[in-house]
Design a protein. Structure first.
Length: 193
């Protein structure tokens, strides 16, 4: 009898090893950095629209809670020490403590949360809901940071830090809702027609 897999990465790579774990973490760090290059600036907000959130949520869904959080924690740490991995090739302490710092912290939380839900099968049945909760885990520290640390007036926090991103996040949720369950169908044993 085949052992029950809990994440997509475990299904793809059933024999876990430190080398595979490191390779998967490094792969999602690289994917997040690559998606950070996709950015759109809006004149009324200091926070650009980027592709990072899709990579963050995907890291949790594919890797699970621990490795997903490790991948995003590693991404954060690399940027903090000066590797140009954040949007636009930004890095360093000044960037991390700027307007987007709370979102970067939320990346780690979101990857863990989405991973935890994926370990319970949400990446197969309720992927859009898992991704939505992951987005909330990014937005809460991001919005609080904007108001408390980045000194955006509280009445401007939602227009600057949430509203511009809703449509893009809905598109990312839709993409994830198609891709992840499809990957599980492809991996399911048995005849394919």
């Amino acid at each position: 009898m085949q052992a029950r897999t809990t994440t997509l990465s475990q299904a793809l790579f059933p024999s876990a090893s430190l080398v595979r774990h490191v390779a998967l973490v490094v792969g999602f760090v690289a994917l997040t950095a690559l998606c950070a290059r996709i950015r759109i600036f809006l004149p009324w907000t200091p926070v650009p629209i980027t592709g990072q959130t899709f990579a963050v949520l995907l890291s949790g869904a594919v890797l699970g809670s621990r490795l997903g959080a490790v991948s995003q924690g590693t991404y954060f740490a690399l940027g903090l020490v000066g590797a140009p991995v954040f949007q636009g090739g930004n890095a360093g302490w000044d960037y991390v403590t700027g307007a987007t710092g709370g979102y970067l912290i939320g990346f780690v939380i979101a990857a863990y949360l989405v991973g935890l839900l994926a370990e319970r099968g949400w990446d197969r049945r309720h992927v859009a809901a898992a991704m939505l909760l992951g987005n909330v885990a990014i937005y809460v520290p991001g919005l609080l940071w904007l108001g408390a640390v980045a000194n955006v007036a509280w009445e401007r926090v939602l227009p600057a830090g949430l509203y511009p991103f809703v449509l893009g996040d809905l598109l990312k949720l839709t993409l994830a809702a198609v891709v992840l369950p499809s990957a599980w169908v492809f991996l399911r044993p048995g005849p394919r027609t």
